[in-house]
Ligand binder design. Structure first.
Ligand SMILES: Cc1ncc(COP(=O)(O)O)c(C=O)c1O
Length: 456
């Protein structure tokens, strides 16, 4: 089949889609538009054979990514291997499932195109492979999706509709389009071909990292972990499968508590790729018998994990991609000390502003970015002496400002400082010295990294 990127003849035009959007406000859209591939009364459990078939279908169309030993092994006390799925062309593993699903369409469906809803990574993957395979793709992305991801989909020539406050709302819109335009809806985490495609990662892990004690997989809608577990538990039944999600979007843990997928309110999270309010019915039915442990990790650890990946691995990853490492740093996986653990580094699509914030948050969490105030004499040399003292500890001042108006003593000035230190010990030494020299010193922030036990 030719994979030349050519001009796509769109059977369903933008104008038609816009008409549909005008007719149906989000609240009008019937809850009952059903996805025949994701029926909660009849969940589909994928098989090892489905995964093998997917591997055959997508061979040559996606990257076989490396699974390399990590520099983090020593500091974490485990043999850590990183399965680097962020090295796929669109920056995430989602290409595997998307390509598999597109290749399974009938010739008629390939001409007419497909529709999907996604926060970004699945949208990019299906848009990119749609472009390569000459299949028209419409994606509905919720308003909370990152600007960078929306733009990338447009670059891949997809019909991009930014509508709906969250994934649930975007999905309703996409389902409506599917019904009205006769385009198959490709659920990004729950369609059986999607799960089977993601499962090909499991086949590669078993080959690249034989005898792994555990594989740690970030969980959103559940398709990734369901596919990977299906492959790994067949080929290496002793390898444990462990899921991780952020405490801001714990939909899978809530589903486990509930005994089935349930709508769970999501909050803004660094791991936006995991923010799926309700896990997939097929994914849930497939993974539950294969799952060994589920972890909910706090956001601060995700920020710290992003920072560690940059500093120690020279890898830029998004929050979802760092969730596995976050679980290790937080102490959730201490039982694997000395063992061989594979972390799925599943995505690298982090937008630049969010990335900067994550690095700063990570440093603050670790006690390397500190904020404090010191009241000093307002006579000449008062502030300069404070700065000199800070300098003797090799600490770099990032922000500084001073206030006089609210102090009782007119000959004093309160100096507020944000500073970067080499490590937590240096921060502690500086704090001790400041308390010795000055009467009024306030350090507000205690890094959570030293309260590892609290995370458990
Ligand atoms: C980078 C990344 N990691 C993990 C996931 C979770 O995958 P799933 O929704 O199949 O559980 C997603 C989902 O979009 C993702 O984008």
């Amino acid at each position: 089949m030719s994979e030349e990127v050519s001009k796509i003849e769109k059977k369903v035009t933008f104008e038609e889609i816009e008409k549909t959007m005008k007719r149906a406000s989000i609240s009008d859209i019937a809850e009952t538009v059903e996805d025949p591939f994701c029926d909660e009364r009849n969940p589909r459990i994928i098989t090892f054979q489905d995964v093998c078939q997917a591997a055959f279908m997508i061979r040559g169309g996606v990257e076989t990514t490396p699974c390399s030993r990590s520099h983090l092994s020593e500091s974490c006390g485990m043999e850590i291997y990183l399965k680097k799925e962020f090295l796929q062309f669109t920056g995430s593993f989602k290409e595997r499932g998307a390509r598999n699903a597109l290749l399974h369409l009938t010739p008629e469906q390939k001409k007419n195109g497909v529709v999907s809803a996604s926060l970004g990574n699945h949208a990019q993957a299906i848009a990119y492979h749609g472009m390569k395979l000459n299949i028209p793709v419409t994606v509905v992305m919720p308003k909370e999706a990152s600007i960078m991801k929306i733009q990338k989909c447009r670059n891949f020539k997809a019909n991009v509709i930014v509508q709906g406050s969250d994934m649930a709302a975007a999905k309703k819109i996409a389902m409506e389009l599917s019904r009205d335009k006769g385009m198959p809806y490709i659920n990004g985490y729950d369609h059986p071909y999607i799960m089977a495609g993601q499962g090909t990662i499991g086949l590669e892990i078993v080959e690249q990292c034989e005898g792994a004690d555990a594989v740690i997989v970030p969980v959103g809608g559940g398709g990734l972990i369901a596919g990977i577990a299906t492959a790994i538990k067949t080929l290496s039944p002793n390898t444990k499968i462990i899921g991780v999600e952020s405490n801001k979007c714990p939909s899978f843990s809530k589903a486990l508590e509930n005994g089935g997928p349930i709508y769970t309110k999501n909050h803004a999270t660094l791991a936006d790729g995991l923010a799926v309010p309700k896990v997939g019915v097929n994914a849930y039915a497939t993974i539950v018998p294969l799952l060994d442990k589920m972890i909910v990790v706090k956001e601060e650890w995700i920020a710290l994990a992003i920072l560690r990946m940059v500093e120690l691995e020279k890898c830029v990853v998004e929050g979802a991609g760092a969730a596995g490492l976050a679980a290790i740093l937080a102490g959730h996986l201490d039982e694997y000390k000395g063992k061989k653990v594979v972390l799925l580094v599943c995505g690298g699509n982090i937008d630049t502003t969010a990335f900067g914030r994550c690095l700063e948050r990570g440093m603050a969490a670790e006690g390397r970015l500190i904020r404090f105030s010191v009241t000093v004499s307002d006579r000449p040399g008062g502030i300069s002496e404070l700065c000199k003292l800070i300098y003797t500890y090799g600490v770099s001042i990032k922000d500084i400002y001073h206030e006089r108006a609210f102090l009782k003593d007119v000959y004093s000035v309160e100096v507020k400082i944000v500073a970067e230190t080499a490590d937590w010990d240096t921060s502690q030494q500086l704090k001790k010295r400041l308390h010795e020299v000055y009467d009024h010193v306030v350090f507000n922030d205690v890094p959570m990294a030293i309260h590892k036990a609290e995370a458990l």
